[in-house]
Design a protein around this ligand. Structure first.
Ligand code: GDP
Ligand code: ZN
Length: 352
């Protein structure tokens, strides 16, 4: 098997070092477990689902003339030596690029995990040590889907999604579906404020196919968190982007019931676009990331506020009641949209 862009040789050195320091002549089987797996037999994959202590790993095909992710999924356990690593965040998460040794027809061991480029996470509840609960590893962007109608777009909720994306340092794309049901010009007016801030806004229809090529272009070779309220057409859009995916309608569902516990497990769908296009279904994203935002930090996640923040008189200004607030001055001058400022104040006060 060919060497890859991940610089496998270094990993071998590291492995031998670790194994060397840990090798002890105690108990049978101990040494056997620590023998490094032959690095040339390790195969690359991506974790697409977590099931308790097992992970479904989609294997990357590096052999054929069309490299990318095929359909081979192996059920993997985490190798003992990895479990000994002391980490403050989740050891293996959906979205991680992993290297596995395989056994049997469909099983494997996760031998190592590549460094994460990004994470969608939240503070682990009930701990005061900085431990990150990684919900998704390596997301590239958040695609927030709303409907132009049925249901009517709820812009406060959109703002909340955008804050979560920004708090996780992820770019966001806004996707407005069911565009064939409305007067497109009026809908574009409604969302113009987001275009002005700098968010890409796509106008699409799963029903008629309008805008689907733009959506494919946005998704191509990235891991996208696909989110939005239920009923806006997220599953329909994915089915339309890739006929044959056969996602049950309503499969990607954001729980709207307040106070209901949503499962935190993410799940990746591979799309047959490019080499590695994935869409993540992460229930409950609306609630993520807002726990640990301090009141004087929230303004940083309203991207159009950024230019004004340095000019507030108080560095910990919450842009609410403080004198000489540059954000409020910008709202009064019409440079920041009143509706966005109102959203900000609602979130600041913990209102829906
Ligand atoms: P999800 O909950 O966001 O996954 O939404 P679904 O994909 O389950 O779609 C909800 C409903 O909206 C279904 O009845 C779909 O048939 C319908 N729907 C989805 N996309 C469109 C669209 O572009 N136009 C119209 N008119 N209806 C759509
Ligand atoms: Zn201020």
């Amino acid at each position: 098997m060919a060497r890859t862009r991940y610089g496998r040789s270094n990993d071998v050195d590291e492995y031998e070092q670790r194994a060397g320091t840990r090798q002890r002549p105690t108990g049978k089987g101990r040494v056997k477990e620590l023998r490094p797996p032959d690095p040339d037999t390790l195969i690359e994959g991506i974790v697409v689902r977590a099931r308790g202590h097992h992970y479904d790993v989609l294997v990357r095909d590096t052999v054929t003339t069309h490299p990318g992710y095929g359909t081979e999924i192996r059920m993997c356990e985490v190798r003992g030596r990895l479990l000994q690593e002391k980490r403050m965040d989740t050891l293996v998460a959906v979205g991680d690029t992993v290297w596995i040794s395989h056994y049997g027809a469909d099983k494997g061991h996760i031998e190592r995990v590549d460094e994460r480029r990004s994470v969608l996470s939240r503070q682990r509840p009930y701990t005061n040590v900085p431990a990150e609960d990684v919900i998704l590893a390596n997301p590239d962007q958040v695609v927030v889907v709303f409907a132009a109608t049925q249901p009517e777009p709820h812009l406060r909720m959109l703002d909340r999604f955008l804050v979560v994306a920004a708090a996780n340092k992820l770019p966001a794309v806004i996707c407005i579906n069911k565009i064939e049901l409305v007067d497109e010009a009026a809908t574009r007016d409604l969302f113009q404020v987001y275009t002005t801030i700098g968010y890409p806004v796509l106008y699409v229809s799963a029903e008629t196919g309008i805008g689907l090529d733009d959506l494919r272009g946005v998704l191509l070779d990235r891991i996208s968190v696909f989110t939005g309220p239920s009923g806006v057409g997220k599953s329909s859009l994915l089915n339309a982007v890739q006929p044959g995916l056969n996602l049950p309608i309503g499969a990607l569902r954001e729980s709207l019931q307040k106070g209901q516990h949503t499962t935190r497990a993410a799940h990746l769908f591979a799309l047959a676009l490019g080499e590695s296009t994935f869409v993540a279904d992460t229930p409950g994203i609306r609630e993520l990331g807002l726990y640990d935002i301090e009141p004087d930090e929230l303004g940083f996640f309203f991207l159009e506020f950024l230019d004004y923040l340095p000019d507030c008189r108080y560095p910990n200004c919450t842009h609410d009641h403080e004198p000489d607030c540059a954000v409020r001055a910008a709202v009064e001058a019409g440079a920041i949209a009143q509706a966005r400022y109102d959203s900000y104040i609602r979130l600041l006060r913990g209102e829906e």
